[in-house]
Design a protein around this ligand. Sequence first.
Ligand code: ATP
Ligand code: MG
Ligand code: MG
Ligand code: MG
Length: 582
Amino acid sequence: MALRMSTLFLRTLREDPADAELPGHKLLVRAGYIRRVAPGIYTWLPLGMKVLGKVEDIVREEMNQIGSQEVKFPALLPREPYEATGRWTEYGDNLFRLQDRKETDLLLGPTHEEMFCLAVKDMYSSYKDLPLSLYQIQNKYRDEARPRAGILRGREFIMKDAYSFDIDQAGLQKAYDGFREAYVRIFNRLGFEYVIVHADSGAMGGSASEEFLAVNENGEDTFVRDEHGYAANVEAVTVPQAAEIDASSTPTAQVHDTPDTPTIATLVDALNANHARTDGRSWDGADTLKNVLVMLAHPDGTREPLAIGLPGDREVDAKRLEVQVAPAEVEPFEEKDFAAYPMLAKGYIGPGVLGEEKSSKIRYLLDPSIAVGSAWVTGADEHGKHVLHLVHGRDFTADGTIQAGEIRQGDISPDGKGTLKLARGIEMGHIFQLGTKYAEALGLKVLDENGKLVTVTMGSYGVGVTRAVGVIAEDNNDEYGLVWPREIAPADVHVVVASKDAAVYVRTDEIVRQLEAQGLAVLYDDRPKVSPGVKFKDAELIGVPTILVIGKGLADGKVEIKDRRSGERREVAVDAVVTSVV
Ligand code: ATP
Ligand code: MG
Ligand code: MG
Ligand code: MG
């Protein structure tokens, strides 16, 4: 059924809303897609629902395509599961907490790892049940410090969140790859320019993690990319400074004068304050350096790690950092390592390999593509030169996060091969290999082939559905209004009757029926008392890709088709209208 403007719940505005800064946000309100209720809280009006539905359909189709099954969890949730994983407190002020009449604590879900994990625990018990992938398209609640740009950063917003469950890492990797491909298809269909960047896995506690950022100068994320396709969120990358120190030909490199490097004391304090070790020890300078500050890469960009260590218990002065480099024997990280070193799970160094503790000098090895560091060593073969790049220092703040921002345009990319460009983006999707963090905390285990209980390995995968509508609106507008891409538009054709003649309305009703019979969605401006001028303005503002004007020309069997994006108009015979509009 055509949406008839005579009855549509719509009131377009000539003035920009006072609280809006970005063009897409202003236009979504002015054209009657959304309306603000409170900061970061929006109502979706009929036209908005159409667009939202289109985005949801694309996401849903691609999720179903990879065999993920749709479910829907409540948004109102009990405290206990979030308590068990630590997120009741970790989420801080961002979490909406409330109490029921019995003073039982509840929350409004900001994301649902806990609930999906428990549902699978409830229903499944064997490796034979896996792999499994579930998703929902559902409201999320976050008390964002700065709700922004309407639906771009809401306090209530719609997310598609999906979760994968596997028996082992190989299974998780396969699920992750499948989601990654589905995300590429989703974001291609949504039609905005995006980059896939290495991400800081932050509070999610994962290891491998990537973000899909819409390239947008008004975005809140800063990312870097080089000419060879490397891209990363600046939160997740350290970059070698142009200044190089050509070290001696022995396997020891010395770094002098690194004024930007935070002092070891600062780092140690921050670690001890925020990342208590479960083995009861405190962090010391050497740990800090090994775990946080240093990462390594071969000059040819290969990821085979080099070991790095610091001389025993010696006091280390970050301004005169001594680094020993040697090829290492490695073994993969194990679960217990993550448990012993919570900061690993915090994503500060991401997936890496743990070196055999052969001597006090060789301990931790980091995956160079992910690790956060402030020293960067390239060039290491047994006899060759070691070239050590210094990384711009980054302040290790009191809350344990690492500040971004010191990366500069023109820096060398981490593999040493490219030059970095800085750009801004909006996070549209985020995929994580969570590993066993949630399953462990909530006891999700299944029996394996040998009848042994194993902890399930999870991934989590989010898409900002309402945010996607916001980004598409930001990307597709002009001075007259919104200009929707065809696949997202609230209708295929906007039919405008530019006449007061009742006979023209009768004929147009017929044309609208014909269009609909062809499967086209029609927005029909059938308002008898509204002037053609106002109708045209509204049509431009609303932004349906094709505008069909039926007026005076009808007497000569002619109607006009206007392309909203190019502004191009052409007259066509009314009998050919159905074939002409598509
Ligand atoms: P951001 O960095 O923008 O705050 P996030 O990393 O906190 O996002 P995730 O927890 O990764 O977000 O959630 C998955 C997706 O949900 C994000 O990639 C984003 O598209 C969307 N999203 C997150 N927060 C909001 C919000 N406040 N309003 C609208 N969409 C959001
Ligand atoms: Mg956030
Ligand atoms: Mg983010
Ligand atoms: Mg994210």
